[in-house]
Write a protein that binds this ligand. Structure first.
Ligand code: AMP
Length: 210
């Protein structure tokens, strides 16, 4: 899943993963869990994340290699927030080629910048499972509480307005070129991320031919 921070790619990635019963692999979630567990990876990632910067490619690629080697990834997976740079995409293509696998589709959830800034201010994330909500567009059943595990919802440090602006500029500089990369490989599909969650998902389902 491609898209700016806050475009809703995580929400769609989870829905797709549930439908196909395959893992949803979010590098952001993996980093956040690592930070919470105070692992070496977490300590290294935190300094970049809290500034709105990308974690260096080597760290991300190491994590992905490890994640793809796990048994549940054998039948497929949905990547959310990975790849985020051209070197990551190139490395992924090579890694998958080696195991006679590949990317079926790169889905770009497209949302204009001005909508992103507004959306992020209303985003809330579960402190335990990482599920995300929006106070207006996708509210939890009980305000401030995660539907899935009952934990507290917070505004993530990297969703603070100043950091969001930095993340958006990093997105334009380093991640947006992936749209061209996957277009050139004939794998790109763009969906309108300003629509309602279920409408976006219905479009994706059609594209996937499910
Ligand atoms: P996300 O939850 O996908 O928005 O990711 C949150 C933060 O984690 C990003 O702003 C980056 O600092 C870091 N991150 C997640 N995925 C990657 C990646 N593929 N490459 C570099 N940094 C990443």
């Amino acid at each position: 899943m491609l898209g700016a921070p806050g475009a809703g790619k995580g929400t769609q990635a989870k829905l797709i993963a549930d439908m196909y019963n395959i893992p949803h692999i979010s590098t952001g979630d993996i980093f956040r869990t690592s930070i919470e567990n105070e692992t070496l990876l977490g300590v290294k990632a935190k300094e970049y994340m809290n500034q709105g910067l990308l974690v260096p490619d080597e760290l991300v690629l190491e994590l992905i290699a490890d994640r793809l080697s796990q048994a549940d990834a054998k039948e497929g997976f949905v990547f959310d927030g990975f790849p985020r740079t051209i070197p990551q995409a190139e490395s992924l293509t090579k890694t998958l080629n080696k195991i006679n696998s590949g990317i079926d589709l790169a889905i770009d959830v497209s949302v204009p910048d001005e909508n992103i800034v507004k959306r992020m201010a209303g985003r809330r994330a579960c402190t335990k499972c990482g599920a995300t909500y929006h106070i207006v567009y996708n509210p939890p059943k009980v305000e401030g509480i995660c539907d899935i595990d009952g934990s507290e919802l917070i505004l993530r440090p990297d969703d603070e307005p100043e950091t969001v602006l930095k993340r958006l500029s990093v997105y334009h500089e380093q991640t947006k070129p992936l749209i061209e990369y996957y277009k050139n490989s004939n794998l790109l599909v763009t969906v309108d991320g300003t629509l309602a969650i279920e409408d976006i998902f219905n479009t994706i389902v059609k594209v996937l031919g499910a």
